[in-house]
Ligand binder design. Structure first.
Ligand SMILES: [Zn+2]
Ligand SMILES: [Zn+2]
Length: 266
């Protein structure tokens, strides 16, 4: 399993960051299959930079929740897969299997039927031909011969966290979340837990998000083997070392910080 971070920031840009941090998306490659977790603005461009043909890949899209910084490039991806039929000679793009929290089907309908300027997506292009949507909440959601994905609900505006198991290795992705011990059960003994660290300390914590001490507590309860921090707000900039130190003083697990295009093999 190969993990590539496509976007590791929040909705707020940070020109001062050492590494570019754009909107949430993680690509997982297992054999010839490509799984995408979240698809924030700019994800398609990132995939094209990696020379990935987005008419074919990703095969699967897993959405943690519907906030704009996690979903916006879904719209051009669906349009391009369908539009391909009329503009290219390789036929219609491959159907995309989409898994998301309750509301996925209504959300599609709202975008592709009810926004008047975009209703050609249902009237002329029939977006349903290139999407296969399944609403999920908890438990095992899809299995192939090479991998299995399961999920649990998480405290962040109808949020879902995912776990991917493949070839004896496990990857967990929190999406955005407030403190919620359900991720400890989902991520029990996981090899890599990619978890949001929106804020650098308790005093700056705002909304349904996490800071280092809360993350350390979750890592301890879940016995996570390693964690990679993502979804960093600009306020985190310059405090990365102290964040890692805080977590490492409280747990035994390995800690690192993601950046856009960072890759990791499992
Ligand atoms: Zn977010
Ligand atoms: Zn969010």
């Amino acid at each position: 399993m190969r993990i590539t971070f496509l976007g590791t920031g929040s909705i707020i840009p940070n020109p001062k960051a050492r590494y570019m941090r754009s909107y949430s998306s993680i690509l997982i490659e297992i054999g010839g299959e490509k799984l995408l977790f979240d698809i924030g603005p700019g994800t398609l461009t990132k995939l094209h930079t990696l020379k990935i043909n987005t008419q074919i890949h990703p095969d699967f899209l897993f959405l943690t929740h519907y906030h704009i910084d996690h979903t916006l490039d879904y719209i051009p991806l669906v349009k391009s897969r369908h539009f391909n039929q009329k503009t290219c000679d390789i036929g219609i793009g491959k159907p995309l299997k989409v898994f998301g929290p309750p509301g996925l089907k209504r959300w599609n309908k709202d975008i592709f039927h009810n926004v008047r300027e975009w209703d050609y997506m249902s009237k002329e292009l029939n977006y349903r031909e290139v999407t296969n949507c399944t609403e999920i909440k908890t438990g095992t959601i899809t299995t192939t011969k090479n991998w299995k994905v399961s999920c649990c609900a998480i405290d962040h505006d109808n949020g879902i966290a995912f776990r991917l198991d493949s070839n004896g290795k496990s990857f967990v992705y929190s999406g955005d979340m407030g403190y919620d011990e359900r991720i400890c059960k989902l991520g029990k003994n996981a090899d890599v837990v990619v978890i949001e660290c929106s804020f650098p300390d308790k005093k700056s914590l705002n909304g349904k998000h996490l800071e280092p001490e809360l993350i350390a507590n979750l890592a301890k309860i879940g016995n996570f083997k390693s964690i990679i921090l993502t979804h960093l707000y600009p306020i985190v900039h310059g405090k990365e070392k102290s964040i890692i130190k805080t977590i490492q003083e409280l747990t035994d697990c390995k800690v690192s910080i993601a950046h856009d295009f960072k890759t990791s093999a499992l």
